[in-house]
Design a protein around this ligand. Structure first.
Ligand code: UD1
Length: 420
């Protein structure tokens, strides 16, 4: 195992190039199960999570070639219907093979993913939607056993206690594209990653109306074909580097990001006194010496993303004043508070809120990565802090940030890996 060592406190400058979106790539890779034809997918980030999805696709009978961020998925024989625990338990994104497998094979055995440190993370909405389309489901031995004689289009409401669900929308949509008749999904997730999946499915020959909105109308077709597609830029990776610029009071250029996907973040940064604007297709982040405290509540898209909450908190830890951070998508996603406090931050949890009292400086410390985005917050804190930070369990970062050390070094951060 390796740890990431950061010598913090250096000013950053230069350009960061953003990779393809992990959360787009995962359901899109699952969607390749819907056709026997070859699919060519560009701009796929080489990450632990995409490699896990490739392993899963191979275990289900697909042939996969992954060269230079281009993924070619083809199929020679028949698909297998079992998604194993070892692959689904390490990454919840794997659960979105359930919809395509049921649609294509009329049966699936998919391991239940279980919870993780950011919360319980149930899958009731996935199951509700697939049941509505005519799938019979039992749980046995930690697996969902699903069977369907013929999927039939229906009206499905997918709003849950915490709003819409990204991967439940993906699962139900991928089943509905091959169902008989019309499916209407209400309270569908509106995340750009779902829009990207919709484009992918339409390119395969699916009939979907309402792209990007909360009501999707899907008319089932008999067969889908292969497609060439390029994955959208990773808005969470882009947001992480933008927040890094602000936290270190640096001016950075961000190449290859889509500003329209980042409105909730840039609006909050504007309030804090940080400017983000586009110039010749490159995003420029301009930061002042002092940053005003800003309170943030996360919501499903187009609200402030829960996947940027921890990083924003790291930045707020270095503001002059008090901010309140609330997560309405994962109300318990606060495990990073204790680690940030080990670096000198002054953050306390009060019920569903994190109260952040800004401090002048953070100081490097050994810290423990607990999940992907919490780890990104520790990287931001480590680069902004004075002295040396050691981040243990960096495999979390490898799940979601392509070439993290190289990208950080290129903008002037002093970062390296060491054996534990
Ligand atoms: C996706 C993202 C993840 C992001 C999350 C919310 C991928 C691979 N992952 O995860 O990075 O943090 O969206 O933007 O795309 N819920 C239920 N029942 C369900 C499903 C979800 O109650 O059946 C709840 C969840 O516990 C959570 C909320 O709904 O409170 C949103 O979760 P959801 O959108 O489903 O997250 P994922 O799709 O798993």
């Amino acid at each position: 195992m390796e740890k990431l060592v950061i010598e913090g406190g250096l000013p950053l400058k230069g350009t960061v190039e953003i990779s393809g979106s992990k959360n787009s790539a995962l359901p899109i890779l699952a969607a390749t199960l819907l056709t026997e034809d070859e699919c060519v997918i560009r701009n796929v980030p080489r990450l632990r999570d995409t490699l896990t999805m490739i392993k899963l696709l191979k275990s289900l009978g697909k042939t996969v070639d992954f060269t230079d961020n281009v993924l070619k998925v083809s199929q020679k024989g028949k698909l297998n219907h079992v998604a194993d625990y070892s692959l689904v338990s390490t990454m919840r994104g794997s659960f979105c093979v359930l919809g395509p497998l049921v649609a294509k094979l009329k049966k699936a055995k998919v391991s239940l993913p279980g919870g993780c440190v950011i919360g319980v993370r149930p899958v009731d909405l996935h199951l509700k939607g697939l049941k509505a389309l005519g799938t019979k489901m039992d749980i046995d031995g930690g697996y969902i056993h699903a069977r369907a004689a013929q999927l039939k289009g229906r009206h499905v409401y997918l709003g849950g206690v915490f709003g819409s669900s990204v991967l439940a929308t993906a699962n139900v949509m991928m089943a509905a594209v091959l169902a008989q008749g019309e499916t209407v999904i209400d309270s569908a997730a509106c995340e750009p990653e779902i829009e990207d999946l919709t484009d992918f499915l339409i390119g395969m020959g699916a009939k979907i109306k309402g792209k990007g909105g909360p009501r999707l109308v899907i008319t089932g077709v008999k067969k889908l074909k292969g497609i060439k597609h390029s994955v959208i830029p990773d808005r969470i990776e882009a947001g992480t580097y933008i927040i890094l610029a602000a936290a270190t009071r640096s001016n950075l250029s961000i190449k290859g990001a889509d500003l329209t996907h980042l409105a909730a973040l840039t609006d909050k940064l504007e309030e804090a006194g940080v400017k983000v604007f586009e110039e010749n297709k490159i995003l420029k982040v301009k930061t002042k010496k002092t940053i005003k405290p800003v309170s943030v509540t996360t919501y499903p898209y187009p609200g402030f993303p829960t996947d940027l909450q921890a990083q924003f908190m790291a930045m707020m830890a270095l503001c002059q004043g008090v901010s309140v951070i609330t997560d309405k998508v994962y109300p318990d996603r606060f495990i990073h508070i204790a680690e940030l406090n080990r670096m000198g931050a002054n953050i306390r949890r009060e019920g569903v809120n994190a109260i952040v009292q800004g401090v002048k400086t953070l100081r490097g410390a050994p810290v423990m990565a607990s999940d992907l985005r919490a780890s990104a917050a520790l990287v931001i804190a480590g680069v902004a802090a004075k002295g040396k930070t050691e981040i243990h369990r960096i495999y979390h970062l490898e799940r979601g940030y392509e070439n993290l050390d190289a990208k950080l070094s290129a903008i002037g951060a002093k970062v390296w890996r060491e054996k534990e």
